[in-house]
Design a protein around this ligand. Structure first.
Ligand code: EPZ
Length: 451
């Protein structure tokens, strides 16, 4: 079967009023957390992305009953039927986030057998911080490649009070340890914890379930174990990463966009950087605890300035928006720099952007981008979820047409984002060469737009 690909053509300035879908990096861990609360929970605003479908497959492999109303974006999961504690290598290798069932399985069943997650293109992505934390929580770990078997040490039943200091504020390690601690007797304190909006959304649903969790100054999370958590209903936060991609699509095509439900308070530094480039960015007014800062509007400037960004843990500049904003930098009139500090190999999209005519040099983890006037369409390969977004943005501006392969990355991270972009005026289609009728419809649609 020949490869599917995204076909992107030079497009007019994008204009749109677009609703942002639920956050992939919140919904995956929140699905895992439902293992802690036996019974039927319901999640709203759930994106229909490949990673979500993969996590649903994982939950069904464990024995959960699942119903996903894709149209309504409502996911109902009954975990009372879960009767397995093993995650297969096939699932683990498809999606690193599968490691996030380890904490909930240990909390509920006292054991878990997970295949060690494969690294991926952006880095080795070990789980040492997860395992160091679990050891501190008296978990026994036995490695029999490709599996890791974890179990609670029943020899000591007295409640323990543990203090875990994470060497790096790892999102996954914070989430895994936090979920386990909700049902562990005693108090657990996580120091140097990750505080990304997706972590806080997990804490929100855990507290609804009945968990005792407090976030304290200095990225400290304090958890006091309880005996039981109950199933709940919860709405997933809007995806700040999809919102960032939509805002940048308006930037690079010199258009404008309004995102009524985007959480501006999850994107402060990113929005500041767009303003520094010269774009007009408006956010909701007068936020209150019950009505957070919602709604972001952007009108692109005609001659964006160069900027410098350095990625880092939240609230720093998000590594997941580094590739998309680099495309905008490459089309500005100045020199910009990007320093990637979160992943050791997350500049591979530079090679793809230079194929379009971008002027970018890389030294270690730092890229220097000299803005150019034009890009020239060509064939590109996506190297990770967020790089695929950066390449799509580049294709919207490149003359002629751009063909982007390895689109499983795009489909893993986004819920038909190409359709949203098309409604904004983008000439973009997901082409399945084996499906001739679709291809002809897409081609005719694209050719009509040219007129
Ligand atoms: C989460 O990954 C996100 N994924 C990533 O989004 C995101 O880029 C990342 O957090 C940082 O914000 C999900 O939430 C599903 P980390 P995670 O643990 O938890 C190293 C996307 O495109 N590390 O904070 O894996 C690690 O290798 C994805 O949506 C260790 O060395 O991120 C990396 O260099 C990409 N040992 C750094 O820390 C560990 O035990 C940050 O990793 C754990 C992590």
């Amino acid at each position: 079967m020949s490869e599917r690909f995204l076909l992107v053509k030079q497009s007019q300035p994008l204009q749109g009023f677009v609703e942002v879908t639920g956050a992939k990096n919140a919904v995956l861990v929140i699905i895992a957390s439902l293992l802690l609360a036996e019974g039927k929970s319901t999640l709203y605003n759930v994106p229909n992305s490949a990673d979500v479908r993969c996590f649903i497959a994982l939950m069904m492999e464990l024995g959960a009953l699942v119903h996903f109303d894709i149209k309504q974006k409502i996911l109902t999961i009954d975990t009372s039927t879960v009767n397995k504690i093993e995650v297969s290598p096939e699932i683990m290798n498809m999606m690193r986030a599968s490691i996030l069932v380890m904490g909930p399985l240990l909390a509920r069943f006292g054991k878990a057998r997970v295949a060690l997650p494969g690294g991926c293109l952006i880095g080795a992505r070990p789980i040492n911080y997860h395992l160091q934390g679990f050891r501190r929580l008296n978990i026994l770990l036995e490695e029999n490649q490709p599996y890791l078997f974890a179990s609670t040490n029943t020899s000591t039943s007295a409640p323990q009070h543990e203090r875990i200091a994470l060497e790096y504020p790892s999102v996954g390690a914070t989430e895994n340890l936090l979920m386990y601690a909700t049902l562990k007797p005693g108090e657990t304190v996580i120091v140097n914890a990750a505080i990304e909006p997706e972590v806080l959304d997990l804490i929100d649903i855990l507290k609804k379930m009945g968990a005792s969790i407090s976030c304290e100054p200095g990225q400290v999370i304090r958890i006091v174990g309880v005996n039981h958590l109950k199933p709940v209903e919860h709405t997933i936060i809007p995806d700040r990463l999809e919102a960032g991609g939509l805002l940048l699509a308006a930037c690079v095509t010199k258009g404008s966009v309004h995102l009524p439900n985007a959480r501006a308070d999850h994107m402060d530094i990113f929005l500041e950087k767009l303003r520094e480039m010269g774009h007009e960015v408006y956010t909701g007014t007068n936020p209150t605890p019950t009505h957070p800062l919602q709604g972001v509007s952007l009108t692109a400037c005609q001659n964006p300035r160069g900027i410098n960004i350095k990625t880092g843990p939240y609230p720093g500049f998000p590594t997941d928006l580094q590739a998309p904003i680099m495309t905008a930098m490459a089309l500005s009139k100045d020199v910009s720099t990007v320093e990637e500090t979160v992943f050791e190999n997350r500049l591979m999209h530079v090679k793809e952007l230079t194929k379009l005519g971008a002027q970018i040099t890389v030294e270690g983890q730092k890229a220097t981008i000299r803005g150019v006037e034009k890009f020239y369409g060509t064939e590109l390969i996506a190297t990770d979820i967020r790089a695929s977004c950066g390449l799509v943005l580049a294709g919207l501006v490149a003359s002629g047409e751009t063909k982007i392969g390895n689109i499983h990355h795009w489909e893993r991270g986004y819920d038909k984002l190409e359709e949203k972009l098309r409604f904004m005026g983008a000439q973009i289609s997901l082409i399945n060469p084996d499906d001739e009728p679709t291809r002809q419809i897409e081609e005719s649609l694209l050719s009509k737009r040219v007129a």
